[in-house]
Ligand binder design. Sequence first.
Ligand code: ZN
Length: 209
Amino acid sequence: MFIEPSRRREPPHLRTGWIEVICGSMFSGKTEELIRRLTRARIAKLTVKIFKPALDTRYHEANIVSHSAITIHSTPVQTAGQIPALAGNCDVVGIDEAQFFDKDIVDVCNLLSNQGKRVIVAGLDMDFSGKPFGCIPQLMSTAEYVTKVHAICVVCGDIAHYSYRLVPSQERVLLGETDSYEARCRRCFNLGDEAGRKEWAYEDVEKDD
Ligand code: ZN
């Protein structure tokens, strides 16, 4: 569990910012973790601004909505370069679906944190083919804190870190299509359509009795 560093003893003009990255596959709880941290910042009376790429129209235009339907208001932006002006003097900047932003997102996060802001970035670290996604690798290198969250493989129940696509499209981005993916572990991801469902495990246990 990530515990935020204390800023209480620093006078505002001496505060240093930092970057946190929350990454993982689909269904790993990235957005829930982002919302958890932003909620705690608000409890601490810090001002919070939240951004997401305008192309992520899943669920709702202006809200960040996690798979478990927790919601928090966010501002959709077309480019990463728009974020600093919109962030203004806020204390904490949250950015969701960061894998969809242009490469300027790395400079933007550095700029904001150099201004003394806490920047919390959530995003998919791999696409459906298992390749690193967008600028998430650069953000992970640049960040002070990186949290990789994991899903559960729906085939075998192990820890999952791949987003397995259930439909044949080769497009990198299938927006609004969360039903088209499932979380899978390395083994079940590599087995593809050959991956057997979990039922066999129960049969083995019964035979042992
Ligand atoms: Zn598995």
